[in-house]
Design a protein around this ligand. Structure first.
Ligand SMILES: *Cc1c(COP(=O)(O)O)cnc(C)c1O
Length: 474
């Protein structure tokens, strides 16, 4: 795709560059003076067409499927966007007195209560702005809990299948990460856990279902083991798509957790916009939650700041409120049965795709999955790799799945279809993946040199990393 500077000049500039009105140009430092022509010399219609055509090259969940594992790129109903843009929500000033913001506080209180109901936790804070921020908040709570008990525990256990933000949050909070291996069936190696567990361990962070999309069948044993040593059990609940309305994290023995509203609860994920990572805790950890806390007295709502054991503030004001509005609208519209059906459909869709693909591609752990599953490139002929398949699927009009994650599966291809795709779309995706598998044997060059139909062809990723061009110059 040409840049706007490459459009031949029509000598009818849409925007004539105004003359400098600085009296003494010579007084300016030389490096501030640009000698380049900075605006392209095109007519308005050329500029409009250029940018409109560029925008039509976008890929989005509103145009095509996004089979991106670990990120839940599902379709988010437009109604929820509409609700979040209502004047009373969108233009509510964060310094409005609680007496004049009763509706907003009621929404936050009800949303937090719904999340508590879905997960079995006692109370939730809506303050954290993302999943990783929720983890940090959770680890700060863990730290405070042991500080108050007068115990110096320095280690947090993390399985090798964990999302990268887990060890990062742990390290940011001053804890040491100890990695626990997974078994070949995808579950945490409970013997390795037992030998890594000592009086120095503050907690374990576990994602369940894990990043292979598998429900860890040993979760209750893990919980018992941790609690027997006085350690806490933290759930990374970034993706609740498989378990909401089906199983509660508290019933699995978790003591605290975060949820990504921007994956499961109707805020588009991955668009670079704001997120929300509410944190929920069991009874005795409630006092550590960040302030302010929305409280309900009779029919009135207020904000409570006076919480002596609180970890303090983790965000300005009350978090990303409009993300909470979307989640609230989503939950209200679905109701308890809708939430359950959503989870059931997400799991069904993932297992349908898994069943269609698992004989064509290697499936490292072949068992019923939750909302996502992992294949890899083991045994692909002609030296072809996950990267080649991921590039070739673009030619078929699909976004690539998540690749090379989780890290403990070499050449991973991680697929999450979500509940919002129809059987026709799932079949079209499966057909494309199967066609590519046939090409791998019969026409390997086609796969290796992909993509063929996109404006940018196969890029030299090594060159781009070694010699990055960071400034575009005409
Ligand atoms: C996405 C994700 C996170 C991090 O969430 P962010 O909002 O991107 O910070 C953490 N854990 C898991 C399992 C995730 O999928």
């Amino acid at each position: 795709m040409a840049t706007i500077f490459d459009i031949p000049s029509s000598n009818t500039s849409a925007f004539p560059v105004p003359k400098y009105d600085i009296p003494d140009m010579d007084a300016l430092p030389a490096e501030l003076l640009s000698t380049d022509e900075v605006l392209p010399d095109v007519a308005e219609i050329e500029a409009v067409r250029h940018y409109t055509n560029l925008s039509r090259m976008n890929y989005s969940v509103d145009t095509q499927m996004y089979p991106l594992g670990s990120c839940t790129m599902k379709y988010n109903p437009k109604l929820n966007e509409r609700v979040a843009s209502l004047d009373g929500f969108a233009n509510l000033h964060p310094l409005t007195q609680p007496a004049n913001a009763q509706g907003a506080l009621a929404l936050m209180w009800e949303l937090a209560s719904s999340l508590a109901e879905i997960t079995g936790m006692k109370e939730f804070t809506l303050a954290p702005a993302a999943g990783a921020h929720g983890e940090l908040t959770g680890v700060m709570i863990i730290k405070k809990y042991f500080e108050e008990k007068g115990e110096k525990r320095r280690v947090i256990l993390i399985p090798d299948s964990a999302h990268g933000t887990n060890p990062a949050s742990v390290a940011m909070c001053g804890f040491e990460v100890r990695e626990i291996p997974s078994r070949s069936d995808g579950d945490v190696d409970i013997n390795a856990l037992a030998s890594a567990l000592d009086e120095n361990v503050a907690a374990m962070m576990l994602t369940n279902p894990n990043t292979l999309g598998l429900f860890d069948r040993g979760v209750l044993d893990i919980s018992k083991l941790l609690h027997s040593k006085g350690a806490l059990f933290y759930a990374d609940g970034a993706n609740l798509n498989a378990v909401m309305g089906m199983a509660k994290m508290r019933d699995m023995g978790f003591d605290l957790m975060h949820i990504n509203l921007h994956k499961t609860f109707s805020t588009p994920h991955g668009g670079g916009g704001p997120g929300s990572g509410p944190v929920g805790v069991r009874d005795d950890l409630v006092k550590y939650l960040p302030v302010p806390v929305v409280m309900k007295d009779g029919e009135k709502y207020r904000l409570e700041y006076d919480r002596p054991s609180s970890i303090g503030r983790v965000h300005s004001f009350y978090g990303n409120f409009l993300v909470c509005v979307r989640a609230y609208a989503y939950l209200k519209r679905l109701g308890a049965t809708g939430i359950r059906t959503t989870a059931e459909t997400a799991v069904l869709n993932a297992n349908y795709l898994r069943a269609r693909l698992k004989n064509a591609y290697n499936c490292p752990v072949d068992r019923i999955c939750m909302h996502e599953f992992v294949l890899n490139d083991k045994g692909l002929p002609n030296g072809l790799t996950t990267n080649d398949v991921a590039k070739r699927i673009l030619d078929y009009g699909f976004h690539a799945p998540t690749v090379y994650f989780p890290l403990h599966v070499p050449g991973a291809i991680m697929i999450e279809p979500t509940e919002t795709e129809s059987k026709q779309t799932l079949d079209a995706f499966a057909d494309a993946m199967l066609a590519i598998r046939t090409e791998c044997s019969e026409n390997p060059g086609m796969v290796h040199d992909a993509p063929h139909t996109l404006p940018v062809k196969k890029v030299d990723a090594v060159l781009a990393a070694r010699k990055p061009v960071l400034i575009w110059k005409k």
